[in-house]
Design a protein around this ligand. Structure first.
Ligand code: UN1
Length: 515
């Protein structure tokens, strides 16, 4: 595949200066030491450089953070929810004010193009708005009692400390989804971000601490712990952490789920996706191509909602592939902060090796690969830019069942809609899916009980880029959790069923007589 614009990259010194400027603007006071010392390396996929070394949280400090969050919970849980909402409202204001500063850090640390980085911060602002409204709407039901003079109702109460574990690819939004909701629900938070993105996490922590100071509430309501696996394990195993909300790989979820269940804690898992789009003969192909290119190549294929499988009707498959390949040839790849760039870097070399390995396997399985080459950018031998790949597969075999966190779009064909739905559902993951059609019967069939088995099923839009108002998450190996909008807040609270007898009789339920 012929290639695309190469934009020159900033130097590591430029990026260091940009991080310091964003930290100053946001009011983040972290010790950003020269790279190489003892601590957590803060690197950038833009150039592949390590920019700083930041201080890791020790096991004792992690324990203390949980203790402080647990102590803060004892008052926060009885603070009226609309008052709790004021903290989140202030966080939303600060995010609006510092949208560009935080987005710049997201671009540097996660490699997102500017528009997507700004979009990620917007997603934080949106969830804050949603949570503030929610702070006046934590409704319980009143249920008809079978007994005279009795009232039966449900009340919702905070659950305690929420451990939030997030991944590199949405380094700030997923924290906000969890934290904004948890805080209005009366919970407190301890956050372990990906070890690949400590800088954005430090910036978010500074903003929540500022919001707390501005609204006169304790800063300990939301804590940050930085480090690798052991830090996450401390959250997973601590019985004071009532809910562990974890985003990451299926492998991680397989460990977190049983460990938390062992101590009867709650989990909310948001794991891998292997998202498909079905394109039917009636589809508006112009619209489908645009949606497919954004979902498959956007974020360099590193969203959990990234489109990984295209299930095209045999009558449109060739045209679609040609048109997607043509669009891919025009996608500017390079410096994610530069105007016009649409594809930034992969997060690290391992991600690149995984992509190469998946493409090799696909070829061995009979796949025909278009694109997918490394895109060399001057002065960045340690950065991994790639052309998005399209792979026509003879069948949905082996490698297509795996989520490779890179821009690889496998193309499969079908003849009947039943076949297309069966292909959509025949992978272990169940996050997002889409159908492109102008036939209402096909659209409704895809959304029906025997249609897509995913947590997200769309019509005429791609698999990625969900709004915060809906519940976000998926089935099967995706883990079953739901975050952000709709009634996802219920995962952050406990339900009590209350029966109140306001009569002077004591009728027993089910007509039982006793004595
Ligand atoms: C993720 O990739 O973990 O729907 C979250 C989307 C975004 C969220 C993705 N709103 O693509």
């Amino acid at each position: 595949m012929s290639t695309t614009t190469v934009t020159s990259l900033p130097t590591a010194a430029d990026l260091r200066a940009a991080v310091r400027a964003a930290f100053d603007a946001i009011g983040a006071h972290a010790d950003l030491a020269e790279p190489g010392g003892h601590g957590l390396p803060a690197s950038t996929p833009v150039t592949g450089d390590i920019l700083f070394t930041v201080t890791e949280t020790t096991p004792e400090q992690t324990h203390l953070a949980i203790t402080e969050a647990a102590q803060a919970f004892s008052n926060w849980r009885t603070t009226p929810a609309p008052v709790r909402g004021q903290l989140v409202a202030r966080l939303g204001e600060l995010l609006r004010e510092h949208k560009a500063d935080l987005a710049a850090l997201v671009t540097i640390e996660a490699g997102k193009i500017t528009s997507e980085a700004l979009g990620e911060v917007q997603e934080m602002i949106d969830i804050c708005d949603f949570a503030v409204g929610l702070s006046r709407q934590l409704y319980g039901r009143t249920i008809a009692s079978e007994r005279p003079g009795h009232r039966l109702m449900e009340t919702w109460h905070p659950i305690g400390v929420v451990g939030v574990v997030t991944a590199f690819n949405f380094p700030v939004a997923v924290w906000a989804w969890n934290t904004a909701i948890a805080l209005v629900c009366g919970d407190t938070v301890v956050w372990k971000p990906s070890e690949l993105t400590p800088l954005t996490a430090i910036a978010c922590q500074a903003l929540i601490e500022r919001a707390a100071a501005d609204t006169g509430v304790p800063g300990h309501l939301s804590r940050l712990v930085l480090g690798a696996r052991e830090v996450g394990e401390a959250l997973v195993d601590d019985p004071r952490v009532a809910l562990v909300s974890a985003t990451g790989s299926v492998r991680m979820g397989r460990q977190v789920g049983p460990r938390v269940a062992e101590r009867f804690g709650r989990v909310l898992l948001e794991l891998g996706g292997n998202n498909a789009a079905v394109v039917t003969p009636s589809a508006d192909l112009d619209l489908a191509v645009r949606a497919i290119v954004f979902s498959a190549a956007g974020t360099a294929g590193q969203r959990c909602t990234t489109l990984r499988r295209l299930i095209a009707h045999t009558s449109v498959a060739d045209t679609l592939v040609e048109r997607i390949a043509a669009a891919y040839r025009t996608l500017p790849i390079g410096n994610p902060a530069a105007d016009g760039t649409l594809v930034g870097p992969l997060i690290h070399e391992t991600a690149y090796r995984d992509m190469v390995g998946a493409l090799e396997q696909a070829r061995a399985d009979g796949g025909d690969v278009i694109g997918g080459q490394r895109h060399h950018v001057d002065g960045a031998s340690e950065a991994f830019y790639v052309e998005p790949a399209i792979v026509r597969m003879p069948a949905q075999t082996g490698v297509v069942h795996h989520e490779t966190f890179a821009p690889i779009l496998y193309v499969l064909t079908y003849d009947t809609l039943d076949e297309a739905i069966a292909l959509n559902n025949a992978v272990p993951q169940g996050l997002s899916s889409a159908i492109f059609t102008t036939d209402v019967r096909e659209a409704e069939r895809f959304l029906a009980a025997d249609g897509s088995d995913c947590g997200i099923a769309n019509v005429n839009i791609g698999t990625s880029g969900a709004e915060i108002g809906g519940a976000f998450g998926g089935e099967k190996q995706t883990g079953g959790g739901r975050e952000s909008g709709s009634d996802s807040w219920k995962a952050y609270m406990r339900r009590a069923t209350n029966t109140v007898n306001y009569s002077s009789e004591l009728p027993l339920a089910q007509g039982v007589h006793f004595g």
